[in-house]
Design a protein around this ligand. Structure first.
Ligand code: SAM
Ligand code: SF4
Length: 481
């Protein structure tokens, strides 16, 4: 019976949440479940939620309404909600949406099969199915049997939580303080992925540059971890997110060396006004940020960013400072968000939400137009170059493949689907705001990668703006990343 049960996971939010969903999938597969290709074919649906902005929270309730309709046809269907929203709202979720059967915290992933059985047992006894498990010692990452959505690209969490407490951000309250994994465990995991034939590893942390600060050993830093990973025979290592306050000279130098660390850095600036940056408690100035960008540009690193418009203390002059910064930094891409007041944060209590919605929208559109123009110009500069591309899958355009350059630009080109998962050489023939267009170039035989997979659909569905672009921009606007 057990092995015929199927699950479907909706994921909202950043790559760290996508990776958490891989952990949930692994736990369920270990318990005998199989992934479903559609929630209508599932016995268990899980929502892995995000609370960084308000809109995704609303989306959780509207999607729960959709699942309620499925339950009318399949009364045995079980809906569980986990992630940040579950962690913060707990039993309030049941009150708002009766379709939800159980709520689990970020620390209770390994308990999923037991929680599901508990709901079933309660139902069999005619009791309400509501079950909650939120407060517990966190699961050790090493103990989660991740079912990776790709056989050639792997996400590896290096640290959970965040101790920065930016004034607008809910993350430290929902995920706790910085908890770095031990370097030996990370290195062993990456080595194992290399042995399994993975082509790319993405290291994840809310602020990767703070890695190790909680381990009380000055030898353990993000730079020392990266340096160790350059020794592992895996073609590509990426990481996200970097923080302008904590990134070190050593990390910037590693990005400029000939090694397996890709020339892309996602480093959120949030604002170009020193006053707003200070009110946001970001710990750096516009000038320092631009110096970092300059040092990275010298090393041909593609810098992408996050920006918030309409922070409560942002005046028109402050906004113009951000416009100026965007013109000078010439980001390869940006996620631009309208400020969203989050409970528990300093900005929520200190300032409330004072910039009117129409004004936030106006500022968003100005930055969007500007960033689109810059992305377009920067992509056009790549025409004529021959670049290494990791083929990620089929492009939206029929008959074409899509992949990513080392510096994280999207390329579409003609080729056989057999190339999915391989590293190929592509000559760039066109560039635009949408990305790069190219043609396969003869070169050394590509290394064979994994097969295309069928798990991704089950792992990441829903969320506004989910598409071929990776990142955190489900409510903001994604551009050229
Ligand atoms: N830790 C990363 C950093 O500081 O660079 C950012 C992680 S956060 C989950 C992703 C992005 O969401 C932030 O960079 C910020 O632009 C945006 N964000 C966070 N809180 C927000 C809020 N209250 N309103 C609007 N955008 C927000
Ligand atoms: Fe949030 Fe700031 Fe931590 Fe990023 S660094 S997760 S924005 S508190």
């Amino acid at each position: 019976m057990m092995n015929t049960r199927r699950f479907y996971i909706y994921t909202w939010g950043c790559q760290m949440n996508e990776h958490k969903s891989e952990g949930m999938a692994g736990v369920l597969v270990r318990a005998g479940y199989l992934p479903a290709d559609d929630p209508a074919h599932a016995d268990v649906v899980l929502f892995n939620t995000c609370m960084v902005r308000e809109k995704p929270v609303e989306k959780v309730y509207s999607e729960a309404g959709v699942i309620a309709l499925l339950k009318e046809k399949n009364p045995d269907l079980i809906l569980g909600v986990g992630g940040c929203v579950a962690q913060a709202l707990k039993e309030k979720l049941f009150q708002r949406s009766p379709a939800i059967d159980f709520v689990f915290g970020s620390s209770n992933i390994s308990e999923l099969p037991r929680l599901i059985e508990q709901v079933r047992a309660r139902r069999a006894l005619g009791k309400p199915g509501w079950v909650m498990a939120v407060d517990k010692i966190p699961d050790k990452i090493e103990e989660l049997p991740f079912l990776r959505a790709s056989r050639f690209q792997a996400k590896v969490t290096i640290a959970e939580g965040c101790s920065n407490f930016c004034s607008f951000c809910i993350v430290p309250y929902t995920t706790g303080l910085l908890r770095s994994r031990l370097p030996g465990d990370i290195i062993a995991e990456v080595r194992q992925l290399a042995d399994q034939g993975y082509k790319e590893v993405q290291l994840l942390g809310q602020n990767v540059d703070a890695y190790g600060k909680d381990l009380n050993d000055p030898q353990i830093t993000f730079a020392s971890l990266l340096r160790a990973l350059t020794e592992i025979p895996i073609p590509r290592i990426r990481f996200t997110s970097s923080h302008p306050q904590d990134i070190t000279k050593e990390v910037i130098e590693l990005l400029g060396e000939e090694n397996n660390i890709c020339e892309h850095l996602h480093m959120a600036v949030q604002s170009g006004s020193n006053k707003v940056l200070s009110d946001m408690r970001r710990g750096y100035t516009k000038e320092h940020f631009l110096e970092l960008v300059e040092a990275l540009r010298e090393r041909n690193v593609n810098v992408t960013t996050d920006i918030i418009v309409g922070f409560p203390t942002e005046t028109e002059e402050d906004f113009q400072e951000t416009v100026d910064l965007v013109k000078r930094a010439r980001f390869g891409g940006a996620f631009i968000f309208k400020y969203s007041p989050r409970p528990k944060t300093v900005a929520f209590y200190k300032y409330r939400d004072v910039v009117p919605e129409e004004e936030k929208q106006r500022r968003l559109e100005i930055l969007l137009t500007l960033q689109k123009q810059i992305t377009d110009e920067e992509n056009r500069k790549r025409v004529g170059a021959t670049v290494e591309v990791l083929v990620e899958g089929l492009a939206r355009q029929k008959g074409l493949l899509m992949g990513k350059t080392r510096d994280n630009r999207t390329v579409v080109f003609e080729g056989s689907p057999e190339l999915i998962g391989e590293l190929v050489k592509v000559r760039i023939t066109d560039g635009s705001v949408a990305g790069l267009v190219g043609e396969l170039s003869p070169g050394p035989s590509p290394i064979r990668g994994g097969e295309p997979h069928d798990l991704t659909r089950s792992l990441s569905a829903s969320g506004e703006g989910q598409g071929e672009v990776e990142g955190q921009g489900e409510v903001g606007v994604r551009l050229g990343l």
